[in-house]
Structures are given as C-alpha cells and as structure tokens.
Design a protein around this ligand. Structure first.
Ligand SMILES: NC(=O)c1ccc[n+]([C@@H]2O[C@H](COP(=O)([O-])OP(=O)(O)OC[C@H]3O[C@@H](n4cnc5c(N)ncnc54)[C@H](OP(=O)(O)O)[C@@H]3O)[C@@H](O)[C@H]2O)c1
Ligand SMILES: *[C@@H]1O[C@H](CO)[C@@H](O)[C@H](O)[C@H]1NC(C)=O
Length: 377
C-alpha cells in the first residue's frame, strides 16, 4: 500500500467535506493500493498534527471530530479536546511547524499541501513548499491571482500543481484546457459563465423578472454570498478569468481585467448596508437591465454575465450571446465554458454543470490529490 501524506489548510465548508470524502473513500482507495495519510490540518489560527509526522497520521475519528466541531464557526482547532497522540500549534508556531513538515517530508515521502482556505496569506507558504519538493492542490483562487512573481513560483514545477476546483468547482475545466493547450491546438477564445449566482440572475432576467426580485430570490435560496454585492461585483468571476488567461500564457494581473459591476459605486458596501441595498438600492437598477434584455431579445440574443478571454483582452461583464448558443441555452445556476480553438472552431468545446457547492468542490480537490500520486515516491 502506498501512503500519500497530505496537509490541509482550511477546514471550512470545502475542507471539511474533503475530510469526509477521504474517510469515506478508504476502501475505494485501498483497492487502488493507496492510503491518504493526513499529517496536518490548519485553520486560520492553528495547526493539528500527529505526534510523529513521519509515520503517524490523524485518525479518521479525529477527522470526523474536526468536522463536527468546526461546523460551529468560531471554534479553533487548538481547542480540540481529546487530542490523544496529536498536537496543536498556535499562530506563528503553526506556520513554522508546517514549513518543518514540508522540509521533512517533501523530498523523502512526498507531501501534498492542499489549500482549501479563502485566504490571500497561504501563498507565502505555498511558494516556499514548492522548492521543498511538495505537490500543491488548490481550491483557493487567491494564490494564483496575486503577483506574477508568485504565480511563476507556484508554476515552476507544472506537474506538481493541480487547481481544478479554482474554476467551475469540480468541473473538468482546467484539465480540458490544459489538454487542448498541450496538444498544440491554438485557443482562439474562451467565453464562460462562471458564477452560479450570476447565471441564476441572468436566467431570471431572460424570463422577464426584475433584477431586484431575482437577486432577493437567489439570496433566500442561499445561492449568494451573505452580501449579494460580493457576487454582483464580478470580482470572483474576474479571479477565475485571470486563472484561465494565465493558463493561456497571458502575463496579466487583476488590475488589467475590465470588470463590469452590476451595481454602481454609489450603492457600494461603504455607502449603504446590505439591507438598504436590497430594500432601496437595487430596485433602481431594474429598468435599465430589463431594457437591455428586451433589446437583445429582438435580435434573438440573450444577456449573460460572462468572462471573455482571448490573446488581447480579458473582460468580465454582461454580454449579448445568441439564444441558440450553448451559453444562450444555459438555464439556472450551472456554470458553462465555451472553448474555441482551431479544432473546435465553429462549434466550441463545452463544459457544463454545477460550478459550486462544498461537495463537488471537495470532490475536485480529492481527484487532484489522487492525480499527483505518481509524483509521490
Ligand atoms: N464553496 C464553494 O462552492 C467553492 C467553489 C470553488 C472554490 N471554492 C474555494 O474554496 C475555498 C474554501 O471555501 P469555503 O467555502 O470552504 O471557505 P470557508 O468556509 O470560508 O473556510 C475557509 C477556511 O480557511 C481557514 N483559513 C483562513 N485563513 C487561513 C490561513 N491563513 N491558513 C489556513 N487556513 C485558513 C478558515 O479558518 P477558520 O475556521 O479559523 O476561520 C476556514 O476554516 C475558497 O478559497 C473558495 O473560494 C469554494
Ligand atoms: C457549505 O458549507 C458551509 C459551511 O458548513 C455551509 O454554510 C454552506 O451552506 C454549504 N454550502 C452548500 C452549497 O452546501
């Protein structure tokens, strides 16, 4: 049996689902001759490790206890009762312990460092562990969307990094694009609807519903962030667009992406509360977008909130697309990516499905971990 040591950063919705998947896939993995050995779990403040990271592991009982206790937001891993053979580290000590583990295991047994946090700080750890021989798996987009210098560092051993869940959650967007790129088939452009929330909103507008109503409905269904403006700003889509653009070789940063926000600056979070925005602000935006949808419709077009990436531009915003195109036929909260290449010229390569959710995201992360197993000695 081959052991794959892994260290998880972040145990929120996605990280905890990953721990559950790992425990429930034990017999499936055993049939493939593989055992995932969890040698560390970190949250924003602390790190839990087994007493001996070279041979030991955090037991499945402990993983399940972590999942149970971390469901209560505010619970810190360092307060985990009944640690048994494991140990907890706090604050700066937890960072130095992670580096110590990476140095110890990276080149000897191999180590997969998994980032399921939503933090912009993990990039500092990740850029260091690549040089220690570790593999990296990310659900977190921020490490790949900061400076070009960090990006180059993370990509310095392309075989050792996987980040499928950063775009379209568990959907095989990155792997499909990488296959197209490595086959030498030139990519002409990519157009994608990469926000479940904005997909749902644009599909409601197509049905003639006012923007304000659709956003409120999406919020009550739990499709939006607590402040829906976090979705409506388009910034999350812009991060995904940047990841795709950089895969295509574009040397750009976040500030060179043109992003259309669905609300104006005078309705921003610094100016009004979420409640004010939903009760008074957003209704003022209904008319204009309804008119845009109506005018598009007379040309057999529909509005979609998409990213458009080619060799010259990387834009995120509302765009008219033909009703009969894959994006035009899209309904509800699915993500959809159209990739146009020399081979997929008039009819694009299309990847579609649920592009969010803890379960599919964690499944994408798990598949990435198994995918790097050949690099583990
Ligand atoms: N949920 C989805 O559908 C989805 C889809 C695709 C991608 N993603 C990405 O997956 C990531 C995780 O999402 P989520 O919904 O699980 O987020 P979440 O519930 O907010 O959880 C974030 C976790 O990261 C921990 N954390 C914060 N800073 C950290 C640090 N410096 N080092 C280690 N851990 C740290 C937090 O610790 P505390 O518990 O101490 O606060 C928390 O446990 C995000 O980057 C998200 O964008 C999510
Ligand atoms: C993901 O997990 C978080 C934290 O447990 C939870 O609040 C959220 O509702 C979950 N999201 C989905 C789509 O299941």
């Amino acid at each position: 049996m081959k052991a794959i040591p892994l260290l998880l950063m972040g145990c929120g919705g996605v990280g905890r689902q990953l721990l559950r998947h790992i425990a429930s896939c034990r017999s499936l993995h055993a049939k493939q001759g593989i055992h995932l050995r969890v040698v560390g779990i970190a949250d924003s403040r602390s790190l839990v490790v087994p007493s001996n990271v070279s041979t030991g592991e955090l037991s499945d009982e402990l993983l399940s206890e972590v999942c149970r206790l971390k469901s209560d937001s505010g619970f810190s891993l360092s307060d985990l009762p009944g640690l048994g053979e494991s140990r907890a580290y706090l604050g700066a000590e937890s960072t130095s312990k992670m580096m110590e583990i990476a140095a110890l295991l990276g080149k000897s047994t191999g180590l997969v460092v998994v980032d399921c946090s939503a933090s912009s700080e993990t990039v500092n750890i990740l850029t260091q562990v690549v040089d220690l021989g570790c593999c990296i798996v990310l659900a977190n987009k921020k490490p790949l969307t900061s400076s070009l210098e960090s990006y180059d560092k993370l990509m310095s051993f392309p075989r050792r990094i996987r980040h499928e869940s950063t775009v379209g959650a568990g959907l095989p967007v990155i792997v499909s694009l990488n296959r197209v790129i490595s086959s030498g088939d030139p990519v002409n452009h990519i157009t994608g609807s990469l926000s479940g929330t904005l997909g749902y909103v644009m599909s409601g507008i197509e049905d003639g519903k006012p923007l304000s109503e659709v956003v409120k409905a999406a919020k009550s269904l739990g499709y939006t962030e607590p402040d829906p403006r976090d979705d409506l700003s388009g910034m999350d889509v812009a991060r995904k667009a940047l990841i795709l653009a950089r895969l295509l070789g574009r040397r750009i940063t976040m500030d060179s992406i043109e992003v259309e926000s669905l609300y104006p600056p005078e309705m921003g979070p610094d100016v009004m509360s979420v409640e004010e925005f939903l009760s008074k602000g957003i209704v003022l935006l209904d008319k204009k977008i309804q008119e845009r949808a109506a005018s598009a419709s007379t040309f057999a077009m529909v509005l979609r909130y998409v990213c458009v990436i080619d060799q010259n531009k990387c834009k995120v915003g509302i765009r008219e697309v033909p009703k009969s195109s894959p994006l035009g036929r899209l309904r509800g909260s699915d993500n959809l990516v159209e990739i146009y290449t020399r081979c997929y010229n008039t009819e694009p390569l299309v990847i579609q499905g649920a592009g969010a959710g803890n379960d599919t995201t964690a499944a994408g992360v798990l598949a990435d971990i198994l995918d790097v197993q050949d690099l583990i000695p």
